[in-house]
Design a protein around this ligand. Sequence first.
Ligand SMILES: CC(C)(COP(=O)(O)OP(=O)(O)OC[C@H]1O[C@@H](n2cnc3c(N)ncnc32)[C@H](O)[C@@H]1OP(=O)(O)O)[C@@H](O)C(=O)NCCC(=O)NCCS
Length: 177
Amino acid sequence: MTEIRTPRLLLRSWHDADLVPMADINMDPQVMRWIDDGSVRGLDGTAEDIERWEEEWDEEGFGLFAVELLASGELIGFTGLSVPEFLPEVMPAVAISWRIGSPFWGQGYASEAAHATLEFALQDRGLDRVISINRAGDDASENVIRKLGMVTERATNHPVYGYPLHVHAIDLTEYRA
Ligand SMILES: CC(C)(COP(=O)(O)OP(=O)(O)OC[C@H]1O[C@@H](n2cnc3c(N)ncnc32)[C@H](O)[C@@H]1OP(=O)(O)O)[C@@H](O)C(=O)NCCC(=O)NCCS
């Protein structure tokens, strides 16, 4: 799979050593607040997640990148692409998403990784459209979405949890990083 370097980050494949730091991120209630039912995930759940994310790379040719801080080599979370099968009404689609450990918020890392991911979607994968789905109230994600130039397309509800969702999209043929 492709590795991407940005000024401060390395977007790369998953390593065995990522399990513990990714589980630390998944065990932080602040991080998980707007995701699924808001519950945290421990080591076993995170190991299952990483396995699923790796399978998506094999099956789709895209997926979630492990995001490493170049300066320190630390894993700070993920950013990448996935097929949002949980929301049939938007399919077919490819969605961008992110999860960054709370000690690393507020430094522009999510936006830097997300810009690089859209560039990858367009240049490497030839995708012309990417969507983003977030829970209403997740203002930090909506801030990243705005900065990417995504446009809000619809409001709906999570098919399993029932809470309101916002769906945004970007036409990558118009995209300028
Ligand atoms: C959503 C999430 C990734 C956003 O992270 P974030 O750090 O707030 O987002 P950004 O990378 O855009 O950084 C934001 C701030 O960093 C600051 N910043 C500092 N240095 C910067 C730099 N070099 N470049 C850009 N911004 C910088 C800016 O003030 C920016 O805020 P602004 O856009 O209001 O000016 C993070 O809150 C998260 O992981 N949440 C939990 C997971 C989650 O909810 N995922 C979404 C599920 S759909």
